[in-house]
Design a protein around this ligand. Structure first.
Ligand SMILES: Nc1ncnc2c1ncn2[C@@H]1O[C@H](COP(=O)(O)OP(=O)(O)OP(=O)(O)O)[C@@H](O)[C@H]1O
Ligand SMILES: [Mg+2]
Length: 304
């Protein structure tokens, strides 16, 4: 299409040149110009013919340069549009994954509420009804009360677990540094994998969003180590640089990932990447066979 247009333009220019040549031949234009310019030799008019030729060559060169630049710009624009389309597709894909993850979480909370809480409440109610009948002897009443206390204890554990899933309250009560140490300690006990945690002194004025992000990043990374790495040791480091950045690294000594593209196999890594991007940070994930996975994250330190 574009080639056709250029060809038409070229034919038009050549046609015009031939027509002008014929007219010039017919009217002997050069001779007239020569005679006229000869009459005005004092003004050096005859020298202007060649100068105009140079000007036209210059203009042709100028238009060729501009058209090359315009072509490059058009190509760049096409490439950026394709990139925007790809990012939009990626965004809607992520939004879909996010909604699915939200739904999964709600489903798991609902199941926990139904299975655990519902059953425990029913047990308490039944025990209370039997107690209310007043037909038990003292030993029976004692045992019944013990069962009710156990059920209540179970209820409070379930509630604590669910609350922890919804919001890490330790952040409010302890602050980020201690919350991370507690998380590592708790993870070490439950996973049986040694976990070393080193956290620099942190300013008190870190934003809540930054603290929750760091906490969730460590939580997901350690969950992955326990689920996929088969490691015997993990290391969590949070360092603060003088230039106002935070460096978070989580490393394990497991077998590394078995997938060529680990990011396509779940939501965890993608979620981590998105959390870091939302703070305009940098996310580096590196896996080495038999040497484990190393996550290195740079976050700008946001102060409240
Ligand atoms: N520390 C690790 N060691 C070995 N493999 C890992 C590690 N972390 C992640 N992987 C690999 O990367 C994949 C993707 O991890 P990701 O956290 O995104 O998903 P997931 O843990 O499988 O599921 P979820 O969506 O519940 O987090 C995992 O399936 C695992 O194969
Ligand atoms: Mg995961």
């Amino acid at each position: 299409m574009k080639l056709n247009k250029s060809l038409t333009d070229m034919v038009a220019v050549l046609g015009l040149t031939v027509i002008f040549g014929l007219i010039a031949t017919h009217w002997e234009l050069s001779e007239h110009i020569f005679e006229y310019s000869h009459l005005h030799e004092s003004m050096q008019l005859d020298e202007w013919t060649l100068s105009l030729l140079v000007l036209s060559i210059g203009l042709a060169w100028f238009s060729w340069r501009r058209s090359t630049e315009a072509n490059i710009e058009i190509q760049e624009r096409i490439r950026s549009q394709a990139r925007v389309q790809e990012l939009l597709r990626h965004n809607s894909d992520l939004a879909q994954r996010l909604f699915t993850a939200q739904e999964d979480e709600r489903r798991s909370l609902a199941r926990e509420l139904h299975d655990e809480m519902g059953q425990t409440c029913t047990a308490i109610r039944t025990e209370a009804t039997v107690l209310g009948m007043g037909k038990m002897d003292a030993v029976g009443v004692g045992e019944c009360a013990k069962r009710i206390a156990q059920s209540a204890q179970q209820l409070s554990e379930i509630t604590r677990h669910m609350l922890q899933q919804l919001r890490p309250f330790v952040l409010d009560s302890m602050g980020l540094a201690e919350a991370l140490s507690a998380l590592c300690q708790q993870w070490q006990t439950s996973s049986g994998v040694t976990c070393q945690c080193e956290v620099d002194a942190l300013p008190d004025t870190l934003t809540d969003y930054l603290c929750v992000t760091v906490y969730r990043l460590v939580q997901e990374a350690l969950t992955n180590v326990a689920r996929h790495a088969n490691a015997t040791r993990a290391e969590v480091k949070l360092q603060v640089s003088k230039t106002g950045e935070m460096w978070l690294s989580i490393q394990d000594n497991g077998h590394g990932t078995r997938h060529t593209d680990a990011f396509q196999h779940g939501f965890g890594l993608l979620g981590m990447q998105e959390r870091v991007a939302s703070l305009k940070g940098e996310f580096n994930w590196h896996s080495q066979p038999q040497q484990g996975v190393r996550i290195h994250i740079k976050l700008p330190m946001e102060l409240a």
